[in-house]
Design a protein around this ligand. Sequence first.
Ligand SMILES: Nc1ncnc2c1ncn2[C@@H]1O[C@H](COP(=O)(O)OP(=O)(O)OP(=O)(O)O)[C@@H](O)[C@H]1O
Ligand SMILES: [Mg+2]
Length: 257
Amino acid sequence: MSIRVDIKSNDPRWLKILCYPKPKEEEASRRKEELASLGIKLVEFIGRSSINGVNVLGKGCVSVAVLAYGDQARYALKIRRVDANRESMEHEAALLRFANKLGVGPRLIGFSKNFLVMEYVDGLPIDEWLLKKQPATIELKRLLLNLLTQCRKMDKAGLSHGELSTAKRHVIVAKDGTPYIIDFETSSLTRKASNVTAICSYLLTRSQASSKVTSTLNIQKTEVFNALRAYKHSITDEAFNRLLGALNLISEAENLL
Ligand SMILES: Nc1ncnc2c1ncn2[C@@H]1O[C@H](COP(=O)(O)OP(=O)(O)OP(=O)(O)O)[C@@H](O)[C@H]1O
Ligand SMILES: [Mg+2]
């Protein structure tokens, strides 16, 4: 059974997460106030990563992610590490907000210097979904078309996610089959955006589920890679549609969306 802790608590496990990696009393009480003002009441020790044996959703260079509760709903909460090389969570919040305007990413709920609160996506990392869930061909196609369309919107708007070449950590598939791109910490509006290319090359070559994806889609790899190269060269709607065609997604687009 997972453990829930009040954010005001002095439980040492919570203090360690709140001020990771080194708890300090003053910083902890400042952070508790800050978190309360965002409407967060409880956190839950659950997730695939762990900090001194305590489960959390994730631990990166800038922040620790935990499951959190407000009055109404549960959220994913990112807590800035005290040793982070970022002054605040503002950068990530701004890029997530930008993504949200394109219909991409978990909904941003709020943020402050040390915290980012967003919609919690209950689901599976994409590789696990592909491998364990045994999706039907139509479900797989629907997922890919949705994901590529999100990436295309980001490419068009000039938002580079930055880490989609390791998509297994950055795409969660919700229970209803909708893919969510997460973690805009390393995203940029100035770097060249190549999200479509990054996600395709991950799913078609590097993912553990690559062979399953290519066989389910029944694609000609050369045709797909030519289309990808053409898209990389000029990121037009035409090149994107050619890619969807090569992936055997376009003829079904009307039925899939
Ligand atoms: N909105 C969310 N819903 C559900 N789970 C999430 C959400 N955001 C993050 N997670 C989980 O937390 C993990 C870590 O989150 P994320 O990838 O955003 O941060 P990170 O890479 O650990 O930190 P950093 O910001 O320092 O890069 C994810 O792999 C995912 O499992
Ligand atoms: Mg990260």
